[in-house]
Design a protein around this ligand. Structure first.
Ligand code: SAM
Ligand code: SF4
Length: 366
């Protein structure tokens, strides 16, 4: 171990060789990559486990108006930060990521639609050479109002978080009585646009089976994938997690017994396994982070709304790359992204109830 190695959390060491790492406190590390980087500057990002990283999840704000009980049960605490990445900083970021092989960018949050310049952000990403797909994850608040402008800006995919088909339950879970409007807006999206729509729903023991039956009914004639996401433990939701966490097996068993068939995951498909049925237009999907081998196909990096790279959703620290964005330094950014490759963790440690620095997922967007 060389003297300039840097210990992060309890498990990892970062050796920047001739570059430097500065501890800024709060588990954030400022990184300056070595200038004599041996890798080709435009080489594609491949981590130490031969995983090709072609997908960026970019949070554009921590702030959220909803208070989903598994994420921000008491709502967003404090004042919304006033130092979110600007559009020019995002433009530099995306140019850097595109240079190292990123093909797909997902805009997330907090609630991304809160930002008044979200249309400009979609356009900026969409117009970057090399980026093929711009996606967004949203709670769908006032989707109807935004739909036309998001579509015109070039949004390709939209994931809407919708944890219940029952209006009262939705209201209780989010603090907003907007389910009927959301359902209407999603139907309008399907009718008027070619945006690919997916619905995300947290798999909760109490509601899973009822949701499954309603979801099957919902996708009968709609080209929508309804995906269950296994409830992940963070430091803010442990009580609810232990009361409601359920694994995906019972849902999968039901689907297979009723004629649904699993599809092989393509290299750019992400972690969901999707199930289809000849009598149904849409699909049911399952994202099972607690399943064995889940992380083996990880293809992503995450960047926070303050310009910090998270190498894993549940890592012990993050890396501040904002100075490259402020200086429009794509070359420095590319070099630094390469320098992260040996230290991207192989997998998370959720099975040990270790969610790293992630208090709740609104910090980085899941
Ligand atoms: N506000 C947007 C939304 O809700 O779609 C984007 C941010 S939200 C953090 C992104 C996704 O993370 C949502 O689909 C949400 O359901 C999911 N999520 C939040 N907390 C979670 C948890 N503890 N376990 C699993 N998924 C979670
Ligand atoms: Fe907000 Fe999304 Fe978290 Fe719900 S899941 S509180 S909508 S960030």
């Amino acid at each position: 171990m060389s003297d300039d190695s840097f210990k992060i959390g309890s498990a990892k060491w970062y050796s920047p060789a001739s570059g430097s790492v500065t501890d800024e406190g709060d588990n954030t590390f400022s990184v300056v990559a070595p200038t004599d980087q041996t890798s080709e500057p435009n080489q594609l990002l491949t981590d130490g486990f031969s995983r090709r990283l072609t997908y960026l999840r970019l949070s554009i704000t921590d702030f959220c108006n909803f208070r989903c009980e598994y994420c921000l049960p008491n709502g967003y605490q404090g004042k919304r930060p006033d130092d979110e990445l600007s559009v020019p900083e995002i433009a530099t970021l995306i140019r850097g990521f595109a240079k190292v092989g990123t093909k797909k960018v997902r805009i997330t949050g907090g609630e991304p639609s809160i930002r008044r310049d979200v249309v400009e952000i979609i356009e900026t990403i969409k117009q970057t050479d090399g980026i093929e797909t711009v996606a967004m994850t949203s709670n769908g608040y006032k989707l109807g109002k935004h739909l036309a402008s998001w579509h015109a800006a070039g949004l390709d995919q939209l994931n809407i978080s919708m944890d219940s088909f029952d209006a009262a339950t939705f209201h209780k879970m989010t603090g907003f009585n907007t389910l009927p409007q959301l359902l209407t807006d999603m139907d309008r999206l399907l009718e008027k646009t070619n945006i690919k729509l997916k619905i995300n729903s947290i798999l909760m023991a109490e509601t899973a089976f009822e949701n499954l039956l309603q979801a099957i009914d919902y996708v009968k004639d709609r080209a929508v994938t309804y995906r269950f996401i296994e409830f992940m433990q963070t430091s803010d939701n442990s009580d609810l997690f232990f009361a409601q966490h359920a694994q995906s097996d019972t849902i999968i068993d039901y689907l297979l017994e009723h004629g649904w068939q699993a599809h092989d995951r393509g290299s750019s498909d992400g972690p969901a396994v999707e199930y289809s049925h000849p009598d149904y237009v849409g699909r049911i999907g399952m994202i099972a982070p607690y399943a064995e081998h889940f992380c083996e196909t990880c293809n992503r990096l995450r960047v926070s709304s303050q310009g910090k790279v998270h190498l894993c959703l549940f890592d012990q620290g993050n890396y501040d790359i904002r100075h490259y964005l402020q200086q429009d330094d794509v070359t420095g950014l590319v070099s630094t992204l390469h320098s992260f490759m040996p230290i991207k963790p192989e997998h998370h440690h959720l099975h040990d109830s270790d969610s790293g620095i992630m208090h709740n997922l609104s910090i980085i967007g899941g």
